[in-house]
Write a protein that binds this ligand. Structure first.
Ligand SMILES: [Mg+2]
Ligand SMILES: [Zn+2]
Length: 186
């Protein structure tokens, strides 16, 4: 059997508004339309992953057990829509720690790929920052820049040369559907 294809999503600014360091579950809310978009993407046949830098932990602003509760809420809300999240991977480190997992390192994607048998060449990384695009490229994925996050108004962010630029996550559905259809014809 051929290995699975996946979409790796950044979290803040991609799936949910980013008001700063989200430090309790009730501060986490999906963007309007995001859950439906993920449901469509899941139904096309992509495994769903979240790959997120959470330096708030290393900065002492977010407790790690609360971060895990926030991610449980994320997973449960998607489950209620019929979406199975294959994995949530986060880097808890302060940038000064010089860890090897913080994006733009592709390490978290590589771990997910290993643990879940993902074919990166058929997979996508979607995020709102250039560090997400760099992560996706270094991991060997196709990349989609979504302009909902804090860099949404910064036209220079596109200098990171993503494969696609979209204005919200719903617009990813057609791109991913076409990619999947293209494979079926091969
Ligand atoms: Mg982001
Ligand atoms: Zn790290």
């Amino acid at each position: 059997m051929r290995s699975a294809k996946a979409v790796f999503f950044d979290r803040d600014g991609t799936l949910n508004p980013d008001p700063g360091y989200i430090n309790e579950p009730n501060k986490f809310e999906f963007y309007k339309g995001a859950k439906e978009a993920l449901k469509n993407i899941y139904d096309i046949g992509y495994k769903i992953f979240v790959i997120t830098n959470q330096s708030g932990v290393g900065r002492g602003l977010v407790k790690e057990d609360v971060l895990e509760e926030i991610h449980q809420k994320l997973v449960r809300e998607l489950e209620a829509e019929g979406v199975e999240v294959a994995g949530v991977y986060y880097c808890p480190h302060h940038p000064g720690e010089k860890c090897n997992c913080r994006k733009p390192s592709p390490e978290m994607v590589r771990i997910a790929v290993r643990e879940h048998g993902i074919d990166v060449a058929r997979s996508f990384f979607i995020g709102d920052k250039r560090s997400d695009i760099e992560t996706g490229k270094r991991a060997g994925c196709k990349t989609i820049l979504v302009k909902t996050g804090e860099e949404g108004d910064n036209s220079k962010v596109e200098d990171c040369y993503p494969d696609y630029v979209i204005s919200n996550i719903e617009e990813a559905v057609e791109i991913l559907r076409e990619a999947a259809n293209g494979e079926a014809e091969m």
